[in-house]
Design a protein around this ligand. Structure first.
Ligand code: NAI
Ligand code: MG
Length: 398
């Protein structure tokens, strides 16, 4: 078989170190691949006016599979100020390269698993009925629609006249906003299409069936957001009735779900949601299994076979400049395991996952987050493992 080429997209801040340590783990596990680096992130925005250069898109189109670290994003005005003076006043507007990557390649299926690691000192615990302590086992996977909804970027402040006039045709807009000057109105639109909704629902149900989950939960807000959330839930009902009788369909509202996830997280299995609510709920569940140092994700298009695998954390700028990196590489390592599953290297994936679980369970090597320390450069002297030591501990188990 031809050796695989994996595109690496380190991005900004801690993205590079967690990615480098993850490649060390992949090498040690025996994954035989070439790596080519793609440019993405803040530097390329500042210097070229484009955080996702065309050459990076070509690289991913060619090799199809990428490991992505993290990027730094800043609000509109801060981004404009950061731009190289020679590029200013050219009408360049910053937009998130990772969101653009998702949309460009239609990476519409996002999977974010949250599983309890045995022995993780950060595991969620709660008070039991008898006054004791319970540690419920979380085994949840969130299917997040990754290209539409509130993140689709169709937004205006002081909207163009035709947009404003179109909104005025809606009785509720005319009633509640007609007295507000147009200049004082900002709009972010939430668009769901049937096609994309059907694809994320099917991905969730298929997964539940394949891995024996008893339920699929649609987590939206159909009683209030009637058109978009309502459509998703209705389509889920039809799909369950037609194809997935043996799987229960549950319906929770995002707000209530955020409460229930600490009351009874063990009751949930596969959860499916739109873009924003999927983002929120997956961070919520990640908090129960150790937080951002453990939260991994896959985003892909099953038709094209293009996939990007990334930890859900960002570039953590405050820890980026440390001479010895202290951040936890497990979220990135687990994202690489999802990549291995995507390309059918299931045994390798399992091997790395087992090694990670063993290291966590033994508890001899723990990064600062696992020791509930506040990040600072001298933590390694106080017993916290560095990023590299954690990766090394995983490698030792392989
Ligand atoms: P962040 O995820 O970068 O960091 C928040 C905090 O979480 C950190 O200060 C640290 O305490 C902890 N943390 C994050 N990763 C960790 C790890 N691997 N190990 C241990 N602790 C870890 O989020 P923040 O500070 O809100 O955003 C920083 C930048 O990252 C922003 O510019 C933001 O736009 C960007 N961002 C990028 C994402 C991406 O690339 N997909 C996702 C989220 C934020
Ligand atoms: Mg998020």
């Amino acid at each position: 078989m031809m050796k695989r080429t994996i595109v690496t997209l380190p991005g900004d801040g801690i993205g590079r170190v967690v990615l480098e340590e993850t490649i060390r783990v992949l090498d040690a596990a025996g994954f035989d691949a070439n790596y080519v680096e793609g440019d993405i992130g803040w530097e390329f925005w500042k210097n070229e006016g484009n955080p996702l250069p065309e050459r990076t898109i070509k690289l991913l189109a060619k090799h199809k599979v990428a490991l992505f670290g993290a990027i730094t994003s800043k609000p509109k005005d801060a981004a404009a100020e950061a731009l190289d003076p020679a590029l200013r006043n050219n009408g360049l507007v910053y937009s998130s390269p990772i969101v653009n990557l998702r949309q460009y390649f239609n990476l519409d299926i996002c999977m974010r698993p949250c599983h309890t690691y045995k022995g993780n000192p950060l595991n969620f615990i709660r008070r039991a009925a008898n006054g004791g302590i319970e540690e419920p086992v979380v085994d949840v996977i969130i299917f997040r629609q990754n290209t539409e909804g509130l993140y689709s970027g169709i937004e205006w402040s002081d909207p163009p006249e035709e947009v404003y006039q179109a909104l005025m045709t809606h009785p509720k807009f005319a009633k509640n906003f007609a007295n507000t000057p147009k200049k004082e109105i900002s709009i972010s639109s939430r668009i769901f299409t049937k096609k994309a909704t059907e694809r994320i629902l099917r991905a969730a149900f298929d997964y539940a069936k394949q891995y024996g989950y008893k339920s699929v939960t649609v987590c939206e807000k159909p009683n209030v957001i009637r058109e978009t959330s309502g459509m998703m839930y209705k389509m889920a009902q039809q799909m369950q009735k037609s194809y997935f009788h043996d799987i229960e369909l549950w319906n929770t509202n995002i707000d209530a779900q955020m409460m229930w996830l600490t009351k009874n997280p063990e009751n949930y299995g596969v959860i499916v949601a739109g873009n924003l609510f999927g983002d929120i709920i997956s961070d919520g569940f990640a908090g129960l299994i150790g937080g951002l140092g453990f939260a991994c994700s896959a985003q892909f298009n099953p038709d094209s076979g293009i996939g990007v695998f990334e930890p859900t954390h960002g570039s953590a700028p405050k820890y980026a400049g440390y001479p010895l990196s202290i951040v936890n590489p497990i979220a990135m390592i687990e994202s690489a395991c999802m990549m291995l599953n995507f390309i059918n290297e299931n045994e390798l994936s399992e091997k790395i996952r087992r090694a990670v679980s063993q290291v966590i369970e033994e508890g001899n090597v723990r990064t600062y987050d696992m020791m509930k320390m506040h990040g600072s450069p001298d933590l390694v002297k106080k017993g916290a493992a560095s990023t590299s030591e954690m990766a090394g501990a995983v490698i030792a188990k392989l």
